[in-house]
Design a protein around this ligand. Structure first.
Ligand SMILES: [Zn+2]
Length: 113
């Protein structure tokens, strides 16, 4: 799946990197991962960060046609090397637009060109 589609349909852009799409029973999963270079300490704004594992955050998104869409975001557990605070790095996943309309627009603009 193209990153531009992800951005337009689901608002996944800044801070996240697209990994893969998995088709599961009754729907699909979009796997994304937080971009390492965008990680900043929320306490002191330092960028000197140590990774301490990660966890999955599952977000039910707007469906594409009849398919349910789940965004599976890999959220890294971090420790700041400046102030030693622990935090989860999870950039905002804004609510999406209407993916059917956006997909149609993409098709139309592709066939027009
Ligand atoms: Zn810090």
């Amino acid at each position: 799946m193209k990153p531009t589609f992800l951005k337009r349909a689901f608002g996944i852009d800044k801070g996240w990197e697209y990994q893969s799409t998995k088709y599961v029973r009754g729907g699909m999963e979009l796997h994304v991962e937080a971009k390492r270079e965008d990680i900043r300490c929320p306490h002191c704004q330092a960028t000197h960060i140590a990774l301490r594992g990660s966890r999955e955050r599952r977000i039910r998104s707007v469906p594409i046609g009849m398919k349910a869409v789940t965004i599976v975001a890999k959220v890294p557990r971090c420790q700041c090397r400046e102030c030693f605070q622990y935090f989860d790095f999870s950039p905002l996943l804004p609510p999406g637009g209407d993916p059917t309309l956006i997909a149609l627009n993409d098709l139309l603009s592709a066939s027009a060109g």
